[in-house]
Design a protein around this ligand. Sequence first.
Ligand code: C5P
Length: 216
Amino acid sequence: MGFVIAVDGPAASGKGTIAVRLGALYGYPVLDTGLLYRAVGVGLLKLGGDLDSEAAAAEVARRLDLTHLEDPALRTRAAGEAASRVAVHGDVRQALLDFQRAFAAREPGAVLDGRDIGTVIAPGAPAKVYVTATPEVRADRRFRQLVGQGEAVTYDEILADIRRRDERDGHRDAAPMRQAEDAVLLDTTEMTIEAAADAARRIVEAARARWEGSPG
Ligand code: C5P
């Protein structure tokens, strides 16, 4: 296995930015796995399908072109909500598994961010960071981002979204969001994104030194 960096955590914790910075630092490809679930949710809604139908959602997941995830429609509030609803289905997660595992197997390394990278997708990853922050701070970040994208939302709506998503992602049966036992917790509540990225870099550098020094 190459040097896989698993960055997990709840919505708007800063994990996406951290993953991109780490990818740039090491020259590794970065996969935002949330986009896969967003693409399934948005794809299913476009077909007029039911987000609660595991069979319909899994069918969309199996047909998805996983290499084209740059549609701005995937970044909306509605897409995040749809993603978390289809992400509860085990068959959807199964359909997205091989692509994520193959990405993680890329040499000399890869960065993946999501909810279950350190626990399910790449449990053997030598570097794992679990990024978190209070719901209020995450809601503030996401609110500013969505307003910047031109969405008409209120802070309270976004805070409610964040709480609902944390609850759903953390309590589903299939690969619930949780910190892997060997992941390092990074609480970014009081940090600027610069400070958070720097803290993540130090965590990963320490993991890299251990990995380089370990036999095999
Ligand atoms: O990270 P992002 O907010 O884009 O993820 C959208 C939703 O996709 C999450 O709320 C979660 O339900 C789901 N997801 C997941 N597993 C991942 C990544 C995202 O279940 N590895």
